[in-house]
Design a binder for this molecule. Structure first.
Ligand code: ADP
Length: 673
């Protein structure tokens, strides 16, 4: 099927042809056949790089009104927004600051790109653009199975469909075990395909040999005898070296930030020439990327210069110590990537890799979700991750998503993903667990009591439900209900309502025996987009603040109040630091709302004090580097805490208004963040 044959205006056909899209990929043709251009609901479960964005664009462009693109990851949202905004005559908007309230200027946009939390928040705050939608595209719909955000996504979609029954839903999924269940729920046609634009083979390395799933083998001998080196790392280094020497780029996945940095350091020692070799190999192969000079001698210099410019850009984007280490490594063609990096650094690394100015990224699994960074070869060194009490196997879906990054369309003849095993026994284990196995089925997490409390409160506060029966009606449209033969949520929803009444967030309706309504506090908790538990915690702290001498109520108090809530992320407290934070808490105890001798969860509270202290020093002018150095957090961790603090201080301020507590330090702290 050709783009020119689709029901699209000529300017769109031209636009796509300029982007190199003339003939549809097979899964795209299947999506058209399933009705994506005719307003039909479609679920497409197809691999990475098989052209999901184009499917989304077809739905959005042929819909009879404004469209919404729901995207779980902010880095990815930006990419999509820019892509949609380039479409001729399309005015796109973006709303991804996960937690702030609805921006009214989104009304009138042709396409809005937003996270599911942002859409949920917009609905709770009565944003009118939501009611006008003709088409909703949900990317990464398999995240329905994720705790926390999964329930938000399913309740939001159920609400959208209830409020606008004619809305077209197009859901894009990774290849999971039960896409038909998602299609059933959404009354959608299912398009399921394993077609990829570049062939992918997956294999396991053990005992000097990679055995692939296409029955081929490759000999990759590695000297692992030296007890001073880690055998898996040496194998990874060899696999990466091979891919780069062959003119490709490589992604290596490990299980922690420290390991990502250590591996980058290990590889950087030899990468510089490898980048140059890669450039030379491209030219020799007559690669038509168009950016490289034909002069092989000049290519060595080009590649070195490329890596040097990446290092320069990284330094310009923030002169932290982590940034400096990253820049030094990037200057030699290798970067590391993990959640501790600032978002600017992460974005720069991703872009430089796509532009082939870096040969290798050593990453934690977060890189595998969503963002477009294809490589010739993917090496999965670690298949287990530390999870609190011990090591756990990574989910199959996660490993498949890492592997799916292999193979760059138009550049690589094929993609290769290799899992590193310690020996033949582990080869068999990895083979069964990841190579031949299907990804897990997507299962709803709505029944989680915290999720039910959050969404029950939201349904009542927004006026979508005014009784237990109406809450149950609203939940009848969820993925949970469609997956459960007798979804009897009555007991659980009854418990959720009773606990919300106890907490003062809901109350029996004045004029109706069976009715419930949100109290002013409950309404504000829902609008501010904090969880009921956080709302209750903040209110309890506000009561303490009320009784404190006003001169003791400081910005540190404000930070402690918001940090000691479930909506703030914890900050790891090492043993060495514990005594120091304890002393700090004692010294400043008059400013803190929690009496340390009575803290329910003393360790958790101490972590909150650490986060509060970091934030208080930040507003007092400490630099990122000082904080990173003193508290051993990454610049990215600081960034995410500042962002959450801004949201939670605003929420606490609104709640203080409702309960009538004067607490000016909340807004003064917020204005300095
Ligand atoms: P994903 O399925 O991972 O979201 P994308 O939509 O980002 O994949 O597409 C991957 C790449 O393939 C993009 O560069 C896109 O321009 C290109 N592409 C998509 N469809 C076609 C097509 N029919 N013909 C040629 N290139 C295409």
């Amino acid at each position: 099927m050709r783009v020119a044959d689709l029901p699209l205006a000529p300017e769109y056909v031209d636009h796509f042809e300029q982007e190199g899209i003339e003939e549809l990929y097979p899964p795209q043709t299947a999506a058209v056949d399933a009705g994506v251009c005719d307003g039909g609901n479609v679920v497409a479960a197809i691999p990475t790089a098989s052209g999901k964005t184009f499917v989304a664009e077809l739905a959005l462009l042929t819909a009879d009104g404004p469209g919404l693109y729901v995207c779980p990851l902010r880095a990815l949202a930006r990419e999509k927004f820019e892509e949609f905004d380039r479409l001729p005559g399309v005015d796109a908007g973006i709303s991804t600051g996960d937690y702030d309230s609805a921006a009214s200027d989104l009304a009138g946009k042709d396409v809005v790109v937003a996270t599911s939390e942002k859409v949920d928040s917009a609905i709770r705050n009565g944003a009118d653009w939501v009611g006008d939608l003709a088409c909703v595209v949900v990317d990464e719909v398999h995240l329905l199975g994720a705790e926390g955000r999964g329930p938000t996504l399913e309740v939001t979609l159920a609400t959208l469909r209830r409020e606008a029954p004619a809305v077209q839903i197009v859901a894009l999924s990774a290849t999971v075990d039960n896409p038909e269940d998602i299609a059933d729920w959404l009354d959608a046609e299912l398009v399921e395909s394993t077609w990829r634009p570049v062939d992918l083979r997956i294999g396991v390395h053990a005992d000097d040999t990679v055995r692939f799933d296409d029955d081929t083998e490759a000999s990759v001998p590695v000297d692992t005898a030296d007890p001073a080196t880690n055998a898996d790392t040496e194998v990874t280094a060899e696999l990466v070296r091979g891919a780069v020497a062959d003119g490709g780029q490589a992604l290596a996945f490990v299980n922690s930030r420290r390991e990502a940095e250590a591996l980058a350091d290990r590889l950087a020692d030899e990468r510089l020439t490898a980048v140059a070799d890669a450039a030379a190999a491209d030219t020799a192969a007559g690669d038509d990327v168009g950016e490289r000079s034909d002069d092989t001698a000049a290519d060595d210099t080009d590649a070195t210069a490329d890596a040097a410019t990446v290092a320069e850009e990284l330094r310009e984007a923030g002169g932290t110590e982590t940034g400096e280490r990253l820049a030094e490594s990037a200057a030699r063609g290798v970067a590391f990537h993990h959640a501790g990096l600032s978002s600017d650094h992460r974005a720069l690394v991703e872009r430089a890799f796509r532009e082939r100015r870096l040969a290798v990224i050593c990453a934690t699994p977060t890189l595998a979700a969503g963002v477009n960074v294809p490589a010739r070869r993917v090496v999965v060194r670690d298949q287990q991750r530390y999870a609190g009490s011990g090591y756990e196997w990574l989910p199959v879906l996660e490993v498949h998503q890492m592997c799916g990054r292999a193979g760059r369309p138009h550049l690589d003849p094929y993609g290769e993903a290799v899992l590193v095993a310690a020996g033949e026994g582990e080869r068999t284990e990895l083979w069964d667990r990841y190579v031949t196995a299907d990804a897990e089925a997507v299962e709803s997490k709505l029944r989680d009591p915290a999720a039910l409390r959050t969404h029950t409160l939201a349904l009542v506060a927004t006026g979508f439900a005014g009784s237990q029966a109406e809450v149950l009606d609203a939940f009848a449209g969820t993925f949970y209900a469609s997956r459960t033969p007798n979804p009897d949520l009555g007991g659980d929803v009854g418990d959720a309502i009773a606990s919300l009444v106890d907490d003062g967030l809901l109350a029996p309706a004045a004029d109706d025996d069976a009715g419930i309504e949100a109290t002013p506090l409950g309404e504000q908790v829902s609008r501010q987009y904090v969880t009921p538990d956080t709302g209750v915690r903040i209110v309890a702290s506000l009561r303490t603040v009320e009784a404190m001498p006003p001169e003791k109520v400081t910005e540190l108090t404000a930070f402690e109040v918001i940090c000691d809530t479930p909506d703030m992320v914890d900050t790891y407290l090492g043993n060495a630091e514990r005594a120091e934070i304890y002393q700090f808490a004692r010294r400043r105890s008059a400013e803190l709302t929690t009496d340390m001798t009575h803290a329910d969860d003393f360790e958790g509270w101490l972590e909150s004090v650490k986060t509060a202290r970091i934030l208080a020093e930040w507003v007092d002018g400490a630099s990122v580097d000082e904080l990173v150095e003193t508290y051993r957090i990454g610049p990215g961790d600081l960034e995410s805490r500042i962002e959450r603090a801004e949201w939670l201080l605003g929420a606490a301020d609104a709640l203080a208004d409702v309960v009538g507590v004067s607490f000016p330090a909340l807004s003064s702290a917020r204005s300095k963040l």
